[in-house]
Design a protein around this ligand. Structure first.
Ligand code: ZN
Length: 164
């Protein structure tokens, strides 16, 4: 009896540890901090990339090898900063060529994994909100912090397809 309790405790500890190490790719303050270290600064576009990628992980299952990401937005910063958020969260990277960035209006990202497709389009009012921001760093950081907490449906128009 004592032995089985001991084994259960061990199993719990092990489970807790594995959940914690896997849980590093999740919407946490620590993950946002890692993104800032990776990208170099905190901004709303980086943040939006993280949110879109984390949502894709949730819906499609995170798979850095089988997932593809297609981004359409301006190909220069700050808009292109979005791509770094997507890279870090989904593991789709420019080195592996499973992420693409194309010039386009607004901000759109489409994820493909096997027969599943997921598209997220930044809502018009969010684009307007970002365009009307004063150009000081603090305002951009505040908006990024705020966007990190908001409901995904309030930020993006979401479209999911299964091609099978
Ligand atoms: Zn940036």
């Amino acid at each position: 009896m004592k032995n089985s309790i001991f084994i259960m405790v061990l199993a719990f500890l092990f489970l807790g540890m594995s959940v914690r190490s896997e849980g590093r790719i999740e919407q946490s303050k620590e993950f946002l901090q890692r993104a800032v270290e990776f990208h170099g600064h905190l901004g709303p576009n980086l943040d939006l990339g993280l949110r879109a990628g984390l949502y894709a992980n949730q819906v499609l299952g995170r798979d850095p090898m089988k997932t593809e990401a297609f981004i359409q937005t301006k190909t220069t910063p700050p808009e292109s900063c979005f791509a770094d958020g997507v890279q870090l969260s989904t593991g789709c990277t420019f080195g592996k060529r499973n992420i693409a960035l194309q010039q386009g209006e607004g901000l759109l990202v489409a994820f493909k994994k096997n027969s599943q497709e997921l598209a997220l389009k930044l809502k018009k009012e969010k684009i307007e909100e970002m365009n009307s921001l004063p150009s000081d760093e603090k305002a951009w950081e505040d908006l990024a912090e705020d966007l990190y907490q908001r409901k995904i449906e309030k930020i993006f128009q979401i479209d999911k397809k299964n091609k099978e």
